[in-house]
Design a protein around this ligand. Structure first.
Ligand SMILES: Cc1cc2nc3c(=O)[nH]c(=O)nc-3n(C[C@H](O)[C@H](O)[C@H](O)COP(=O)(O)OP(=O)(O)OC[C@H]3O[C@@H](n4cnc5c(N)ncnc54)[C@H](O)[C@@H]3O)c2cc1C
Length: 448
């Protein structure tokens, strides 16, 4: 390792080696099952810190990765430098321009709250705990995917540290190739220090979830699949079979039960929303009903994703389309009465706005798809090496006819069986390689 004295004198945040106090905490994140064993962690306080760290890594021959919250940590990073951005917490909302300027350590929750204060909303994912910038570099499919598209469609510009250690702007007019790539192309493109994101006018929506007991799972899933085939373009729904552990921290109505969650989000009037949701509500007796008028600032309540760090395992893909034969195959593995080491098996309905590219295009993968597919392992890290992946392989084999060849990086997680190469289309992948070469000629940033 090169002498760190010079780097420490240039960087205002912590520069930590494995033996240093605070190293594990600095390198740790949301997924506690993944422990990074890098050579060096640099806790950036500002864009200049990031630039100094990248320049040092280039000269020292260290491969660089970046982490904000660790929601995307799927496998341990071994060796090299990790730049953490959690201290880049600047956030400003320009209500007149309807734009949020977001530091790369900011989580969606802060953006949602600041935008809601001026009756605006960002297009987020299901969890407000995820880092906004990391999420945006992967595209982003959230509870408003069908009405509003990929979240990355709303990015107006990035400030980025390139592989040369330079701080540059990536916008439609400046470094337009990098701007195209960062909207969904994520890997090996640089470290974003700030993103400018368009906000939409949204005060409230008709949204929430309907939960059904185990004995009604098949009836509701079959009804939802038929309903979603002709669903209006501005309604976004998803379903998930959950096997909630019988553990003390689980709320009593969920603890130890297998349940079906059906999420619904409609950015229109409550009268129209209620009418649109009626066939789903009537599909079977509802066990828990939280579907109604929801303030836009409470958008994370639609999915109620976990907010506390813990062990996580997820693997996902996209589906071109689904039908009743898919339901038979899927529930044959994850439905009522099955013993599988999976906390969740989720299908989200996308399409509509996600299928329309932005002016100038973007690298985001998955525009042709109509549904997402995700498996979440039982939250026991002892099962993550063999038991959970083996169970997931069986589910993937059963639903193989419906899988899309292309995926979208935020939904990949642990690679599915037989998945080789990158999740983007061949054309996009070829173009991403060119953009990486142009902005990281020395290959400083990790690409996988
Ligand atoms: C509970 C949960 C819910 C989720 N829900 C959704 C959802 O609804 N929709 C969706 O699309 N995705 C969802 N995801 C996936 C999530 O969006 C991605 O994992 C995303 O990458 C997380 O970003 P992060 O910065 O929080 O995580 P991190 O693990 O810190 O970063 C993940 C990756 O993002 C990139 N990255 C982070 N910061 C930067 C930066 N400053 N510059 C350049 N690249 C950067 C890096 O490649 C990094 O490896 C969810 C994940 C979890 C765990």
């Amino acid at each position: 390792m090169a002498d760190l004295t010079a780097l420490r004198s240039l960087v205002s945040g912590p520069v930590l080696e494995p033996a240093d106090a605070g190293f594990a905490e600095e390198a740790g994140g949301f997924n506690t099952a993944v422990v990074h064993t890098v050579d060096l962690v640099v806790g950036a306080m500002n864009a200049q810190d990031v630039a100094h760290a990248v320049s040092f890594a280039r000269d020292a021959g260290l491969r660089v990765r970046v982490q904000a919250t660790g929601h995307g940590a799927e496998a341990p990073i071994v060796g090299g430098m990790l730049v953490t951005t959690k201290r880049l917490d600047s956030l400003a909302v320009d209500a007149a321009a309807k734009v949020a300027t977001i530091g790369s350590g900011v989580r969606w929750a802060a953006v949602v709250a600041a935008a809601a204060d001026v009756n605006l909303a960002p297009i987020t994912g299901s969890s407000a705990n995820v880092g906004a910038v990391g999420y945006l570099t992967g595209g982003g499919l959230g509870p408003l995917a069908r009405s509003h598209g990929f979240s990355s469609d709303y990015v107006r510009g990035f400030t980025v540290v390139t592989g040369n250690g330079e701080i540059v702007e990536a916008t439609p007019d400046e470094n337009a190739d990098l701007f195209w790539a960062l909207r969904g192309g994520r890997r090996g493109l640089g470290i974003v220090t700030e993103a400018r994101v368009a906000l939409v006018e949204l005060d409230e929506l008709y949204a929430g979830s309907l939960t059904f007991a185990e004995e009604h799972i098949e009836t509701v899933v079959r009804a939802w699949v038929d309903w979603s085939a002709t669903a209006p373009s501005d309604v976004t729904t998803s379903i998930a079979v959950f096997r909630f552990p019988d553990l003390d921290f689980m709320p009593p109505p969920l603890r130890g039960r297998t349940l079906l969650g059906l999420r619904f989000a409609y950015p229109g009037t409550s009268e129209d929303g209620e009418r649109l949701a009626a066939p789903l509500r009537d599909a079977a007796p509802v066990y828990l009903d939280s579907l109604g008028v929801l303030a836009a600032r409470d958008v994370a309540q639609i999915h109620n994703d976990p907010t506390n760090p813990g062990p996580g395992w997820a693997s996902g893909a996209l589906l071109a389309d689904i039908d009743q034969d898919f339901v038979t195959a899927w529930l044959g593995q994850v439905g009522s009465g099955k013993q599988v080491p999976l906390l969740g098996a989720e299908i989200r309905h996308i399409g509509s706005a996600t299928q329309t590219d932005v002016v100038g295009g973007s690298a985001v993968g998955g525009r042709p798809a109509s549904y997402t597919f995700t498996l979440i392992g039982a939250p026991n890290p002892a099962l993550f090496a063999d038991v959970v992946p083996a169970a997931a392989d069986i589910v993937y084999a059963a639903i193989a006819p419906w899988l899309s060849p292309e995926s979208t990086i935020n939904f990949v997680g642990v690679a599915r069986p037989g998945q080789t190469g990158e999740p983007w289309s061949a054309d996009t992948q070829a173009r991403l390689i060119e953009v990486r070469k142009a902005h990281d000629p020395h290959g400083v940033f990790a690409t996988a």
